[in-house]
Design a protein around this ligand. Structure first.
Ligand code: F6P
Length: 342
């Protein structure tokens, strides 16, 4: 078989390790041929490819980003989109199957294409860890490591000045990155989208830490809302899938904290730092295993499924099931962390 591989949606540490896992097992064990598709679904629609042999994936598992490039293109959009056109491009390029590595938008598109008869398997990726069908997604561990190190660093400057530091992390509509990085770094308050809070509650945590002689550290998810807000803070418009681009809630909270407590406060938005650079060892291993499992799925012609982590096993999940729900932080996980706030 000649198998196309694409990465689509936002990038994520570990994408290259998946690509390497697919190609190494696919060539060494199954003797298959691979073609790299450039820039996600855009490459499928426009027929943009690059060679993807064992040679091209050498040393790739430690490299951040994606060598294939990515975009947020929807393969159903535009005059060249839709299943017939995608199948025609695959035929022209001599491709028998596709491995699509991406988040919810990518996998939803893959599902629609598979329903129309195309040969596709999926590999989930997201730093947000918000896909219900997999216990963890690669990229999440790296994002947490980066955020934790950043919070540790911000604590030393906060301590020196006796300031309140408010650190904003990514995660879209779930609080996994904030919960894990905040716990790891010993934050005095963690604010996540699943748990709207009042300003009074936040001030109580800040004052309590300050009263004990600590420089308060508040970790906030970009999707957090105060109990007075209808929707998460968004001032950058919409993304390609018409979703509000989040970010900036830390800049809203810090001045209120300063004004209401008299404690000098600073906001830091970590942003895309959390997606850049080398993947952690955990993510390299998970991504490599998922890549190797994806080529197994192709060889078994398990179209319309994605690979996922359950416990320590890699399993196959139908797209229909995989796209069922958002994995939010359960109440008990938040309550457990909240015991240490203030
Ligand atoms: O889904 C991953 C993510 O990094 C979110 O945490 C964040 O809200 C979003 O993507 C940012 O998207 P972009 O890279 O398009 O600004």
């Amino acid at each position: 078989m000649r198998i196309g591989v694409l990465t689509s949606g936002g990038d994520c540490p570990g994408l290259n390790a998946v690509i390497r896992g697919v190609v190494l097992k696919g060539t060494a064990v199954y003797n298959q041929e691979f073609v790299g598709i450039r820039d996600g679904w855009k490459g499928v629609v426009e027929g943009l490819t690059m060679p993807l042999s064992r040679h091209e994936v050498r040393g790739l598992s430690k490299q951040g980003g994606t060598v294939l490039g990515t975009s947020r293109t929807n393969p159903f959009d535009g005059p060249h989109g839709g299943p017939e056109n995608v199948q025609a491009t695959m035929n022209r390029l001599g491709m028998d199957a596709l491995i699509a590595i991406g988040g919810e938008g990518t996998l939803a598109a893959a599902r629609r294409l598979t329903d129309a008869g195309l040969n596709i398997v999926g590999v989930p990726k997201t730093i947000d860890n918000d896909l219900d069908a997999t216990d963890y997604s690669f990229g999440f561990n790296t994002a947490v490591e980066i955020a934790t190190e950043a919070i540790d660093r911000l604590r030393t400057t906060g301590d020196s000045h006796r300031r309140c530091m408010v650190v904003e992390v990514m995660g879209r509509h779930v609080g996994w990155i904030a919960l894990h990085a905040g716990m790891a770094a010993g934050a005095h308050g963690i604010l996540i989208p699943e748990q709207p809070k009042s300003m009074e509650q936040i001030l109580e945590w800040v004052n309590s830490a300050n009263d004990r002689g600590r420089a308060p550290m508040i970790v906030v998810s970009e999707g957090f809302t105060l109990d007075t807000m209808e929707t998460p803070h968004s001032e950058k418009g919409l993304d390609a899938f018409n979703r509000p681009r989040l970010g900036g809630i830390a800049d809203v909270l810090a001045p209120i904290i300063e004004q209401r407590t008299g404690i000098e406060s600073r906001a830091t938005v970590l942003g895309h730092l959390q997606r850049g650079g080398v993947p952690s060892a955990y993510d390299r291993v998970l991504a490599t295993r998922l890549g190797m499992a994806a080529i197994d799925s192709v060889m078994d012609r398990e179209w319309g499924t994605m690979v996922a982590l359950r416990g320590t096993d890699i399993v196959r999940v139908p797209f229909a099931e995989a796209l069922g729900g958002l994995k939010t932080v359960p109440q008990e996980r938040y309550d457990e962390a909240a015991v240490l706030f203030g």
